[in-house]
Design a protein around this ligand. Structure first.
Ligand code: PPE
Length: 277
């Protein structure tokens, strides 16, 4: 199907036509994976297009950049304005927003310090992340043979491009084996997260999710679910989850900007609860 083109891409303060939004092959990011990014959704509401929780997304972007000693040239406030401007400029109603901050073009070699820190914001229409029927029927997933990144190797709290090489291993293995998605364990063998989603399970009316120390991305959707559940009076436990709890849970689901809330109907071919959301 390919990416659905939009009109303009924001690049370091200027709007560039989609087809002209290029970077040099010798940009640091191309060789060493030096990027941090966000994935944000804009929804079409009765009051017009509205970006879901932009502020925490941009805060996480700047936190990711900080861990890698990258300083974007503009403030968080200006970055948020640029996101609004990009949605407006492309006359989008509902869309996915991908801001990305990267080490640009000057010299090569692992030392990144002399390269500029560049940014862009691209928007496109993104439908159902885990397939057209994922939200209604639930998805079939496996536990991956690949672990999530170990503590003190890559910072899991950063949404960095390089982390997604690990995600790709998890995703490719799952697809090759006939599953929609893979769940990675952390380096200690406890449940961590999907290749591009956080994970929750429900048992006896209590909501469980792995803690930030289990190599998970601090998901904005994860945080939203925790806050909503607490507000509704549910007990929410952030604690280490042994793999086998996935098999005996009443419900299991993924959360993420792209995946939204995606129910899981089986794990390793073991039916979850009633096998439907
Ligand atoms: N963990 C990972 C590894 C992850 O990539 C995401 C988002 C999440 C958890 C959920 O975070 P949040 O979106 O803040 O609730 N994955 C993004 C990128 C997916 C992609 O394929 O690209 C997303 O959902 O936008």
């Amino acid at each position: 199907m390919g990416l659905q083109k939009s009109d303009k891409i924001w690049m370091d303060g200027k709007f560039v036509d989609w087809d002209d939004a290029n970077i040099h092959v010798c940009s640091h990011v191309v060789h060493y994976g030096s990027s941090v990014f966000e994935g944000i959704r804009c929804y079409n509401t009765k009051k017009g297009p509205a970006i879901f929780r932009l502020e925490p997304h941009i805060k996480r972007l700047y936190n990711s950049a900080k861990m890698y000693r990258m300083q974007p040239e503009i403030s968080k406030q200006e970055f948020m304005e640029a996101c609004f401007e990009t949605v407006r400029k492309n006359k989008m109603k509902a869309c996915y927003i991908r801001p990305l901050v990267y080490r640009g073009y000057y010299e090569l070699g692992v030392n990144p310090f002399n390269n500029p820190v560049n940014s862009f914001i691209v928007v496109w229409e993104w439908g159902k992340y885990l397939g057209p029927e994922a939200l209604e029927k639930g998805v079939d997933v496996c536990v991956s043979s690949w672990d999530r990144i170990a503590p003190n190797t890559f910072p899991a709290l950063a949404k960095a491009g390089a982390n997604y090489m690990n995600s790709q291993l998890i995703k490719m293995e799952a697809i090759k084996n006939g599953y929609v998605e893979g769940i990675a364990l952390d380096a200690n063998g406890y449940v961590s997260e999907g290749s591009g989603e956080n994970i929750f399970l429900v048992q006896d009316g209590i909501l469980y999710t792995p803690p930030l120390g289990a190599s998970v991305l601090p998901g904005i959707t994860r945080n939203t679910v925790i806050e909503l559940a607490k507000g509704l009076g549910y007990e929410v436990i952030e604690n280490l989850i042994p793999r086998e709890m996935l098999y005996i849970a009443d419900e299991v689901f993924f959360t993420g900007t792209a995946a939204e809330i995606s129910p899981i109907r089986s794990v390793d071919k073991i039916q979850v609860g009633e096998g439907k959301p």
